[in-house]
Design a protein around this ligand. Structure first.
Ligand SMILES: [Mn+2]
Length: 425
């Protein structure tokens, strides 16, 4: 009986298998195998093996229908939910610690549209551009990681010792969320990110951007040049690396070390003398890039110069060169010494201290009109257990906000610090 049952079950199983699984396979029409030997060769490979490429134009990527699904927006004021425009406070308690508060940047109110920024008279909108391509894995997590870190646990409090001010009482700052990031469409991501940055500029606020890898400078250049017009903004590039990979060279424009500024210069969007590369020392730059900077007039300042003439002397020279210019500051976190910021994609020894970085940012934000700043190349996956990199960015952001608050109150002397913090009574 037991044997018969086993036999009966296996017969049934065979019938089910045949009818429902094997039969459709047996009768399905198989697509003919491509004859690879007769196929058109594109970049050394048969075209049929590269279905993502247009065989007649190998630079054109064939996109899936609905490829732009990732970038579609909701109706953010009309019915999501229906509300009046303006920043939305998402915190229940007056002090939004990391344990209790909803994770926005510093526990700040949230804004989603240009109209929100205009209605709220917002000065600074913090936004994440989570691109994570290239050899900068994990940088896409940076913005959300910072929403959790917020400098240990005192998220709602905003006091700065250098200025002795309470910057959140002086400035209107919001969290503008993140732009989207399609897992495989790098160029489309940068275009969408540029649109988000542009929304902030149109809202009259300064975008304070958390990368992403340094390819985000493509998005920043697009948004800034679109908004302010060509050749109206100077680019301050704090970075251990020149990020000037040669066109046609190894990396390409849309990467973390690509040729975005070189491209923008050649397009006539940036003046050579408006490029300021500060803190250069990378182990993988080359003579050609230094030669290119000299040719176009990039006002570069290497760590060699800072070492030879001292920080104070060299920095004052940099500061004077930037006087009167409208600035976009791009801060690749690897410009700071990896002893302070281990969580960067390409650490380079011999960098600035965090105190020096605070001073440089503070003085530029007092002296100049800064139209945008980004903090890029931070990868939470590479940070240490005490989150030193996240805490450093968080603190630098706060210091910038304090300087902006001081400037809003009329202080433009770059050497200003509150007198009461320099000596006791
Ligand atoms: Mn960089």
């Amino acid at each position: 009986m037991i044997r018969f049952t086993k036999y009966f079950i296996s017969i049934n199983a065979f019938i089910i298998l045949s009818v429902f699984i094997l039969a459709p396979v047996a009768f399905a029409e198989e697509p003919p195998a491509p004859d690879l030997s007769k196929d058109k060769i594109v970049d050394g490979m048969p075209a049929s093996m590269q279905p993502w490429r247009d065989p007649d134009n190998r630079n054109v990527q064939i996109l899936d229908p609905g490829w732009d699904y990732y970038f579609k927006r909701k109706d953010m004021v009309g019915n999501n939910p229906k509300r009046e425009p303006g920043p939305i406070d998402l915190q229940r308690y007056k002090v939004a610690t990391t344990k209790t508060g909803f994770p926005t940047m510093f526990g700040l109110p949230f804004a989603m549209t240009t109209e929100d920024l205009l209605v709220g008279k917002v000065d600074v909108a913090i936004v994440g551009l989570p691109s994570t391509f290239n050899p900068s894995e994990g940088t896409g997590w940076a913005a959300n990681q910072l929403r959790f870190i917020r400098n240990y646990d005192f998220a709602g409090v905003g006091h700065d010792f250098w200025f002795n001010n309470h910057y959140f009482d002086i400035l209107n700052v919001v969290d503008y969320g993140n732009a989207n990031n399609h897992p495989s469409l790098m160029m489309q991501n940068f275009a969408d990110q540029a649109l988000v940055v542009k929304e902030i500029l149109e809202g009259g606020a300064m975008p304070m951007v958390i990368g992403g890898d340094h390819g985000t400078q493509v998005a920043m250049i697009m948004a800034i040049v679109d908004h302010f017009g060509p050749k109206n903004v100077a680019f301050v590039h704090f970075d251990a690396h020149t990020d000037l990979a040669a066109p046609g060279g190894r990396i390409g424009m849309f990467t973390h070390g690509g040729a975005a500024r070189r491209f923008a210069y050649e397009k006539g969007w940036i003046k050579g003398e408006d490029m300021h590369s500060i803190g250069l020392r990378g182990a993988y730059d080359d003579k050609e890039r230094i030669e290119w900077m000299r040719k176009v007039g990039d006002k570069y300042h290497t760590m060699v110069e800072f070492e030879r003439y001292g920080f104070d002397t060299t920095w004052r020279k940099v500061r004077d060169e930037l006087k009167g210019k409208k600035l976009y500051i791009s801060l690749d976190m690897d410009v700071i010494d990896p002893a302070h910021v281990p969580g960067v994609s390409n650490p380079e020894i011999g960098g600035f201290t965090t105190l020096e970085m605070m001073r440089m940012l503070r003085e530029l934000f007092l002296q100049n009109e800064v139209v945008a700043i980004d903090f890029v190349e931070y990868s939470p996956l590479l940070d240490d257990r005490r989150y030193n990199t996240a805490n450093t960015i968080s603190r630098l952001m706060r210091h910038v906000l304090a300087a902006l608050a001081a400037r809003k109150e009329g202080i433009t002397d770059p050497d200003y610090v509150a007198p009461e913090v320099l000596s006791h009574k």
